[in-house]
Design a protein around this ligand. Sequence first.
Ligand SMILES: Nc1nc2c(ncn2[C@@H]2O[C@H](COP(=O)(O)OP(=O)(O)OP(=O)(O)O)[C@@H](O)[C@H]2O)c(=O)[nH]1
Length: 307
Amino acid sequence: MTSPFETTGGSPEKCGLVAVIGAPNAGKSTLVNTLVGQKVAITSAKAQTTRARLMGIALDGPVQIILADTPGIFAPKRRLDRAMVAAAWEGAQEADAILLVVDPIKQRRHELEPLLETLKERSERKLLVLNKVDACAKEPLLKLAEELSAAVPFDEVYFVSALTGDGVPQLKTHLAGLMPEGPWHYPEDQVSDASERLLACEVTREQLYRQLHEELPYDSAVRPESYTLRKDGSVEIRQQIVVTRDNQRAIVLGKRGAKIKAIGEAARKELTEILGQKVHLFLHVKVEENWAEARDIYEEIGLDWVR
Ligand SMILES: Nc1nc2c(ncn2[C@@H]2O[C@H](COP(=O)(O)OP(=O)(O)OP(=O)(O)O)[C@@H](O)[C@H]2O)c(=O)[nH]1
């Protein structure tokens, strides 16, 4: 892989993997986006929205930091949930550092406890990131940092706001310093290893959440159908929105198709911006009763099949 730093004779290239873990809604996706400096994983006010394991790649001079932006970890009940947890820990298997992201305002100890327990056993460098400092008073923050540090021997503690970017450059510099010497794994212009197809589905799914709020069933999904470049340089994207019941299909379509039109329009606009090219987006709603049990969908969204 070539990069500008191979030929300059300056600092040697470095490259490493950072696993980002934390309870749902802690702000992991937002932090990855801020570290990378571009939108690579969806954020939403709704918990447990990150299904596929998207990776962000942050660059800091000659250093490439590969971020495994893992799905929220929570007590898994269903097969789909267990697959998400397995994917999350897989991301932390051979990391050069593990970031535990904590929301100090809504931190729920029962969600944190299992993570703290597992972290104690891990040999990697562990960084505690207390996020959302823009919305939290200093005293309780410091108290929480003390408490968590007593539970796990963290190598560093960072206070950041992934949203405003406060403290993130310092965290990034520190992470860069932890990365081992070695060639870059990705070309410079590739900020995410998630295929554009998958990223495009994430964008649509985010709009579904935004526009349908509580009406949208948790077990709906967006599947890629096709992704083709047209001769004029624009891209044609076809996707399927899978729901489990007929009445859910009606909700997604809206009156005379008004809802799906609005969802498609907003997703198309965002995709145009992210991809930097003209986008034609076609959405179809499909009812598939037992989709969550269907193995092929797991594979499509990048999860291993877990029994
Ligand atoms: N005030 C404030 N809100 C934040 C900050 N970082 C993230 N949020 C908000 O917290 C919510 C959850 O953020 P996400 O980045 O989606 O959280 P996540 O940990 O990736 O969530 P899952 O995908 O469920 O695991 C969103 O509404 C974010 O806008 C922050 O620094 N300050």
